[in-house]
Design a protein around this ligand. Structure first.
Ligand code: ITT
Length: 197
């Protein structure tokens, strides 16, 4: 099956390619489809945004499309940054600025529980779309640690571990991550569908 990844985030592309390795899919990216419209992520949930991205790209390319909408929910901050994770420190903010803002907001916060959420939407065409979810629970650290990964990885300690996602190998992160888990759900669903045929 051919699938177009509906994301412009290079780190997400790397992770999705890595996790789907071995599946019978040929992956295309938006670089293969110049002119694909930008999607305004104005949904209030991860699911709404993921579906909007996948459907827009499936409609434009005429191929099945897979989108990822994800983010960090910090309980003490009423689940912020949530769907605004990529733009927490403002439009066009980079990972470093977003992490800086998060640590500033949390400088006197003792209760540091958080979770990463990932919604993967697979649109076979503009009429047929399914969403899959993955979660990763953990705590926010006091300062950034580690150089791997992206986004909030340097300040996220997955539950039961004393190192951040950014201090883990790719394989370790994929096994524990919200994205790894959402893609496992998708794989399970595809396997079930093929079995029923
Ligand atoms: P696309 O919409 O083009 O896919 P984006 O980066 O704008 O790219 P989102 O709107 O889904 O994607 O925002 C995701 C943000 O959540 C991302 O930029 C990070 O700040 C954070 N995030 C998501 N997954 C993460 C992960 O595995 N590790 C660290 N931070 C993550």
């Amino acid at each position: 099956m051919e699938i177009v990844l509906a994301t412009r985030n290079k780190k997400k592309i790397e992770e999705i390619k890595r996790i789907t390795e071995g599946m019978a899919v040929t992956i295309f990216t938006l670089d293969d489809f110049p002119g694909c419209p930008e999607v305004e992520e104005d949904g209030t949930t991860f699911e709404e945004n993921a579906i909007k991205k996948a459907v827009t790209v499936a409609e434009f390319t005429g191929k099945p499309s897979l989108a990822d909408d994800s983010g960090l929910e910090v309980y003490a901050l009423k689940r912020a940054p949530g769907t605004l994770s990529a733009r927490y420190a403002g439009e066009g903010a980079d990972d470093r600025k977003n992490v800086e803002k998060l640590l500033k907001e949390m400088h006197s916060v003792k209760e540091r529980k958080a979770r990463f959420v990932c919604c993967i939407a697979l649109a076979l065409n503009e009429y047929s779309v399914n969403a899959f979810f993955g979660y990763s629970d953990g705590d926010i650290g006091m300062e950034p640690r580690g150089l791997n990964g992206f986004g909030y990885d340097p300040v996220f300690y997955p539950a039961g571990y004393s190192k951040t996602f950014a201090e883990m190998s790719d394989k370790e992160k994929d096994l524990l991550s919200h994205r790894g888990r959402a893609l496992e759900e998708l794989k399970r669903n595809l396997a079930e569908k093929l079995k029923d045929r």
